[in-house]
Design a protein around this ligand. Structure first.
Ligand code: NDP
Length: 259
């Protein structure tokens, strides 16, 4: 298993959930991986688990707040000093901010965009100069099926995720001549703490979970490693002509016209 051998990857929000699964999958495929995470203790624990599971030594945790451009730049500099130039960046860190548009506070709007859109741009901006100078690189942005479907009451998360697709396409075109590919993945329902927290916040969590399952064509929720396998593909040399694209990983849910 060495589809990413010799590559250096950085994954934001990799302390848990989809980001942790991507970091693990990358390490299994031979990449050196930096887990860029807000909570350094979570990142260190996950990095230790990945080292133990894969036997890889080149897995490190770096404290990063994706909302702060300077913090992301420092994390890239630390990664490059310890592992080498970043070949692959996965902008995965994200938060759910689900509000009614007219009762939403300014703070809700700002923290959603700070993480879910500014965070992605901060990551891209930090690695692009090096990738362009080296003439190679792959950026994978974790969007969502909310990037093209709307659920009432989930504002403004889908607005930010639509922006992630726009950013992916714009940067993919800007840097295509430099052999830097920028793609997105749009996961549907994936079983992570984010999803568990959302179910728990509903008046009847068990019923909410069942209602979600009932909506799925495959009658199950996706697992983080199923998104991670797509990230491995996009990061690898198996996808050299895939650029400015988005791959949906939702078991077919967003293709369904009617429930
Ligand atoms: P989780 O909440 O499980 O994990 C998100 C991670 O991001 C956490 O480790 C969190 O750290 C970290 N994080 C949050 N804010 C920042 C920040 N400012 N800087 C650095 N790291 C940060 O989420 P998921 O794994 O479920 O989601 C990952 C991505 O996938 C997100 O972009 C999400 O929008 C997207 N997605 C998820 C879906 C799902 O069903 N789970 C569906 C569609 C898209 P901490 O815990 O310390 O805050």
């Amino acid at each position: 298993m060495s589809r990413l051998a010799g590559k250096v990857a950085m994954v934001t929000g990799a302390g848990r959930g989809i980001g942790a699964a991507i970091a693990l999958a990358f390490a299994r495929e031979g990449a050196a991986v930096a887990l860029a995470e807000l909570d350094i203790e979570t990142a260190q624990a996950t990095a230790a688990r990945i080292r133990q599971e894969t036997g890889a030594h080149n897995v490190l945790a770096v404290r990063t707040d994706v909302t702060q451009g300077a913090s992301v730049k420092e994390a890239v500099a630390e990664t490059e000093a310890r592992l080498g130039p970043v070949d692959v960046l996965v902008n995965n860190a994200g938060i759910n901010v689900f509000c009614d548009p007219l009762t939403m506070t300014d703070d809700d709007w700002r923290r959603c965009f700070a993480v879910d859109l500014d965070g992605v741009w901060n990551g891209c901006r930090a690695v692009l100069p090096g990738m362009v100078a080296r003439g190679r690189g792959s950026i994978v942005n974790i969007a969502s099926t909310h990037a093209f479907k709307i659920i009432p009451g989930c504002f403004p998360y889908p607005v930010a995720k639509h922006g992630v697709i726009g950013l992916t396409r714009a940067l993919g075109i800007e840097y295509a001549p430099n052999n830097v590919r920028v793609n997105a993945i749009a996961p549907g329902y994936i079983e992570t703490q984010l999803t568990l927290d959302w179910w728990d916040a509903q008046p009847d969590p068990a019923a909410a979970r069942q209602a979600t399952l009932d909506l799925q064509p495959m009658k199950r929720i996706g697992q983080p490693h199923e998104v991670a396998m797509t990230a491995v593909f996009l990061a690898s040399d198996e996808a050299p002509f895939i650029n400015a694209s988005c791959i949906t990983v939702d078991g077919g849910r967003s293709a369904l016209y009617h429930d």
